[in-house]
Design a protein around this ligand. Structure first.
Ligand SMILES: [Zn+2]
Length: 526
């Protein structure tokens, strides 16, 4: 069979270190830690049933009881998903084939009592009928497998290596995943621990491969299910410029190969260390607005491999998959990634200055017409997606929440322009991102706290940013005109008579000073 396993990517230093941290935090287990060998297989012999069949062989076991758990959520999608609800037909058998006891201890855990067996097998089915980037999906044409929704982990032992054999439906030829290929046929994969396994979704079917490209000597691929008809060469040329502009901000490419995995038409994408899984359809990409929207979306998911996968809040790793990973800093991880998606596409030459300004103007108008901005700060919004959802609480009643996807980029703009003005345009938010990457990812190999993020911004700015961080911690009204004037921009506010809504308009000032001009030029990448 022809396989398209991404494989060979060992750029997982962060997560390997995460695994060491997990191990260190469970020293009480180390005295009888035995490293059982775990081999998973996932098959799909009747794709029309929407059922994935999963088998796990455990050997070299030296434990009286084994608690297997299904994650309750997946990193990158900050909602409790309760993936265990999709599991059925759970059974366990010893090496002699006899059934062994299983106790379902709660909704997401199964206690196996292997007795004298040093090896045993379990098997179960997983319903895969939800077409969404954070859910499993299987039909007669393809399968999208979310490992966190499919493979159980040994409680308190997410540091154990694991092998996964993917057995596609008989007429399917391709597998795309960020996992390392570990056999000649290309359908067996190795993960050094469950953090890596859960970071690598699997797409199988008869996939299309778009032209690959190289940035900084490193290969970038695009594999997709049903991408449609469009100018693939032209699209990839634009994507290459986008990736290049993103890597130039950070000055380092921390993986050996990267793959965009298009899972078919739909909405949403999720970031990973060496790949992203994205809803993708090329059918409308001959429309310039649709193409630019797609490039912003892909720039966003791509930039996340820096901002959130490697530059990350303290709470976002190592993960406890049994409970929420709440942080005040999703406005940095998500909001600043939105800000950078605009800058990346502009600096790649795929967006005009006017379109860059219009993107931020749109966020300002959305924020200023959201009554929730008077009730919820960015830090509060960052803490709440587990209950409110990523775009704020949308249930009926007074709107008391905001989206960090909207206020995040606005505050990113404020911080960036403040830093540029305070340093005579010698420093910018780009320097903050590079400082965080060098300090917390490369050197300390951990996430940063709220205070450490502000300290990094202030170190680059060379001055206190306590006024600007009030826009993060409080609901204080934003003084747009002061900050926009640093880049020679003007902002006006009027009421739209037809809708009654505030209408903010940003324009370029006619007569600007040289510092304002240089800030605008370097900010937009001219
Ligand atoms: Zn995002």
């Amino acid at each position: 069979m022809k396989k398209n396993g991404i494989g060979k990517n060992r750029a997982f230093k962060l997560c390997v270190l995460i695994a060491f941290s997990v191990l260190a935090s469970f020293t009480s287990y180390s005295q009888y830690r035995v490293s059982p060998i775990l081999r998973y297989s996932v098959s799909m012999t009747e794709p029309g049933s929407h059922l994935l069949h999963v088998a796990l062989d455990v050997s070299e076991l030296n434990m009286d009881t084994v608690e297997l758990r299904m994650p309750r959520w997946m990193p990158g999608y900050y909602q409790i998903m309760e993936y265990s609800k999709e599991v059925s037909n759970f059974s366990a058998a010893g090496s002699n084939g006899n059934a062994i006891p299983v106790i379902c201890t709660n909704n997401n855990a199964w206690l196996i009592i292997p007795g004298k067996n040093t090896s045993f097998s379990i098997s179960y089915d997983v319903c895969a009928d939800k077409k969404f980037v954070a859910n499993n999906f299987l039909d007669s044409t393809h399968a999208y497998i979310v490992p966190a929704a499919t493979f159980l982990y040994l409680n308190e032992h997410t540091d154990i290596p694991v092998t996964v054999e993917v057995i596609p439906f008989s007429s399917w030829n391709d597998i795309a995943t960020g996992l390392e290929v570990s056999d000649e046929n290309g359908n067996e994969f190795h993960a050094p621990d469950f953090d890596i396994l859960y970071d690598c979704p699997i797409l199988t079917g008869n996939l299309d491969e778009l032209p690959s490209f190289t940035v900084g000597g490193i290969k970038h691929r695009f594999l997709a299910y049903n991408p449609g008809n469009f100018d693939r060469e032209g699209f990839i040329a634009s994507l290459e410029k986008t990736v290049k502009a993103a890597t130039e901000i950070m000055g380092d490419i921390p993986y050996n190969e990267y793959t965009f995995i298009g899972i078919g038409p739909g909405a949403g994408g999720i970031e990973h260390l060496n790949n992203t899984t994205v809803s993708f359809s090329g059918g409308r990409l001959d429309n310039p607005d649709a193409l630019q929207g797609m490039l912003k979306f892909l720039a966003h998911e791509y930039f996340h491999h820096y901002n959130v996968k490697r530059i990350r809040p303290y709470e976002l790793g190592p993960f406890d998959y049994s409970r929420e990973a709440r942080t005040n800093l999703l406005w940095v991880s998500e909001g600043l990634t939105v800000y950078y998606e605009y800058l990346i596409v502009r600096r790649a030459g795929l967006m005009s200055d006017e379109e860059l300004i219009a993107s931020l103007e749109s966020d300002i108008n959305t924020l200023e017409n959201d009554p929730g901005r008077m009730h919820q700060s960015l830090t509060q919004a960052s803490f709440q997606p587990w209950s409110d959802g990523p775009f704020g609480n949308r249930s009926p009643g007074p709107d008391r929440s905001i989206s960090y996807y909207v206020k995040g980029p606005v505050v990113g703009l404020i911080l960036d322009l403040k830093i540029r003005n305070a340093t005579a345009n010698k420093k910018s938010l780009d320097d903050v991102m590079r400082l965080l990457y060098a300090t917390y990812y490369r050197k300390l190999q951990r996430g940063f706290t709220d205070a450490e993020f502000q300290q990094a911004c202030e170190e680059i700015a060379g001055t206190s940013l306590s006024n600007e961080f009030e826009y993060v911690y409080t609901t204080r009204e934003i003084d747009y005109s002061t900050y926009l004037s640093y880049a020679g921009l003007n902002i006006s506010d009027e009421v739209d008579k037809s809708t009654g809504k505030s209408l903010f308009t940003i324009t370029v000032k006619d007569d600007i000073e040289s510092l304002q001009s240089s800030i605008f030029q370097s900010w937009s990448g001219n």
